[in-house]
Design a protein around this ligand. Structure first.
Ligand SMILES: Nc1ncnc2c1ncn2[C@@H]1O[C@H](COP(=O)(O)OP(=O)(O)O)[C@@H](O)[C@H]1O
Ligand SMILES: O=P(O)(O)OC[C@H]1O[C@](O)(COP(=O)(O)O)[C@@H](O)[C@@H]1O
Length: 306
């Protein structure tokens, strides 16, 4: 079974406007509410690929109720821990004619008792299971929380995928996650460098591998993605033709597509192809992508070996 963990789920409030002016009253052209958070988005796209999975994490208040019910409406299995206090956050995504701006909340307080409940859910995991740890962690949790989870499940030999940034990611590498998916900006931030070429990206991607990651998938938005695989082969994917509607969740969709492609025949090339198609299909959609659209884009994805 695949378990996704979203410690800090959100309602993504996505608005479109021509331009955003700081310090002024801005009015939107369109507005939509979606259940969001990185692990939750991975679950949604895994479902599109008909891959059985359960979304874990913490939810709270009326916003948490919205997140849970909209996932259930889409047929997504959840096993969230209901927090006693606070509200799941609302993340604002503003798409203008020239830009995308995000304002992400910090999330509710989580007690030790509630953290313990999450560990209890991880108790039954085995080497047959995959755990996806994705997204930021609420301010009330220690910033080595992913590291603690990986240490906890390490004896069970669970396959772990991590989509996080900065120390949250760097600190888990010693537990050899099966896959990490930083984007090019996150790599530059993690190493405190400017990335100006593919060679630079490969250099720092290889460092992440040397630090312990089995597979390093580097996404580059509209410039596609690069996979440094555990076997040492390096692949690059292009992006298909389309118009970006809302790139929120593109990275999460790529992670889910990668899992789906890899599950088919353990081919990294196919995993990258389906990951790229899933990422772009989400970027070209208002909400996360549908299977029909992903399938339409797959034939336009070229994966080349570098
Ligand atoms: N503007 C875009 N045009 C086409 N494909 C895109 C675009 N943005 C993202 N994608 C697809 O989604 C993948 C992940 O997107 P990216 O923005 O790099 O991730 P993240 O959301 O984690 O920052 C990309 O590698 C690409 O395949
Ligand atoms: O947990 P974080 O880092 O605050 O990110 C949460 C946000 O990321 C998203 O999961 C989108 O992530 P990506 O665009 O990186 O795929 C949103 O749904 C959510 O609002």
């Amino acid at each position: 079974m695949i378990y996704t963990v979203t410690l800090n789920p959100s309602i993504d409030y996505v608005v479109n406007m021509n331009q955003l002016t700081e310090g002024a009253v801005n009015r939107v052209n369109t507005e939509h509410f979606y259940a969001g958070g990185k692990g939750i988005n991975v679950s949604q796209i895994l479902n599109q690929h008909e891959i059985d999975n359960i979304a874990l994490g913490f939810i709270s208040g009326f916003t948490g109720d919205f997140i849970q019910s909209s996932l259930h409406e889409k047929g997504i299995k959840t096993d969230f821990i209901q927090l006693k206090e606070g509200y799941s956050r609302i993340n604002m995504k503003v798409k203008t004619l020239s830009d995308e701006t995000e304002i992400n909340g910090s999330g509710p307080k989580i007690s030790n008792e509630e953290i313990e409940k999450l560990y209890q859910k991880l108790d039954g995991l085995t080497s047959e299971d995959t755990l996806v740890l994705a997204g930021s962690i609420p301010a009330s949790l220690p910033d080595d929380f992913y590291e603690q989870i990986m240490k906890y499940v390490a004896p069970k030999q669970v396959k772990v995928i991590v989509d996080a940034t900065k120390n949250l990611l760097l600190n888990v590498l010693k537990y050899q996650p099966f896959l990490i998916k930083p984007n090019h900006h996150e790599i530059a931030e993690m190493f405190n460098v400017t990335i100006s070429s593919t060679e630079d990206l490969l250099h720092y991607g290889n460092q992440l591998k040397e630090m312990g990651a089995q597979n390093v998938l580097i996404s580059m938005g509209g410039d596609g993605a690069i996979l440094i695989s555990e076997t040492g082969e390096i692949y690059r994917s292009n992006v298909p033709k389309g118009t970006v509607k809302n790139s929120v969740g593109a990275g999460d969709s790529m992670v889910a597509g990668f899992i789906a492609g890899y599950q088919k025949d353990a081919s990294y090339e196919e995993a990258l192809r389906l990951g790229a198609a899933s990422g772009s299909a989400t970027a070209f959609s208002s909400d996360v992508a549908t299977r029909g659209y992903i399938d339409e884009l797959v034939s336009q994805i070229n994966v080349t070996k570098l």
